[in-house]
Design a protein around this ligand. Structure first.
Ligand code: COA
Length: 163
């Protein structure tokens, strides 16, 4: 039986912090499904398809990773996949309350699925997708924090918005 985990998120867009967590997760599981959420409640910069495309491009060299999109409750999707665990990144203390709430609520909805928190490398501790978008929009250089394809995609979107 495949020991599979799901790593869900909005990934608007995927950053090197997410990739760092994903690589750590692949050391623990036979397969990690990176699930891009369609209804995370966020007003996203990128469409679902674009977010998934960027995730695929950015993770194409990591073995045993599959990128999918999902709709509805993440616990239902985890069950559909026969995933044994849900991966979430825990950065600073500020993440803790929200992440604990998600994990406990998911456990309430489905007792079969446990959340595993992984801590990213220290240089990604204060990284977030919102900060990345803001800095690129204002002309900052963040090539150590995002894959090249993501940097190009953000620049393209803002270029179009400014036309
Ligand atoms: N490195 C850098 N940044 C990271 C990170 C890491 N390792 N891990 C998370 N982040 C950042 C993201 O960039 C993002 O920043 P932003 O808020 O500025 O955009 C933020 O932390 C969280 O984003 P992400 O990891 O994509 O997760 P999310 O909180 O947006 O995802 C879902 C939430 C999709 C898991 C949740 O909404 C969900 O499960 N939705 C489905 C519906 C459902 O089941 N709801 C009930 C849940 S109890």
């Amino acid at each position: 039986m495949t020991n599979r985990a799901i790593y869900p998120g909005t990934f608007d867009p995927i950053t090197n912090g997410h990739i760092d967590i994903l690589k750590k997760a692949t050391e623990m599981f036979d397969e990690v499904v990176l699930g891009v959420a369609n209804n995370s409640g966020k007003d996203t910069l990128f469409s679902l398809e674009k977010r998934a495309e960027l995730c695929r491009l950015a993770t194409s060299e990591i073995e045993r990773v599959k990128v999918t999109v999902f709709e509805g409750l993440v616990v239902n999707y985890a069950k559909e996949l026969n995933a044994v665990a849900m991966i979430r990144g825990l950065r600073a203390v500020s993440d803790f309350e929200y992440e604990l709430q998600l994990a406990l609520m998911n456990k309430q909805l489905s007792t079969d699925i446990n959340t595993i928190f992984l801590v990213p490398d220290y240089k990604y501790l204060y990284l977030s997708s919102s900060l990345i978008k803001q800095i690129i929009r204002l002309g900052g250089d963040l090539k150590d924090f995002i894959p090249l394809c993501v940097e190009q995609a953000i620049k393209e979107v803002y270029k179009k918005k400014n036309q």
